[in-house]
Ligand binder design. Structure first.
Ligand code: CA
Length: 66
């Protein structure tokens, strides 16, 4: 029997129990676990990754040339 890999507390253990990924990789919409369990809905309750609101509120600034 394989001993379960010890992941650091900062890591997320994939459902296969052997793969450790950085917690920051969880729910980033890229499957980092071989089984993709880091992107599963029960891992990511809100499957939609909250995107940072992009500050694209750039109003057209009429460049006033003097
Ligand atoms: Ca991921």
């Amino acid at each position: 029997m394989e001993a379960p890999k010890t992941c650091s507390s900062k890591q997320f253990v994939c459902k296969d129990g052997v793969t450790c990924i950085s917690k920051g990789w969880r729910c980033d919409r890229e499957k980092d676990c071989p089984d993709g369990s880091d992107e599963e809905p029960d891992v990511c309750p809100h499957s939609t990754v909250s995107r940072c609101p992009t500050n694209t509120n750039v109003e057209e600034q009429s460049s006033v040339s003097t």
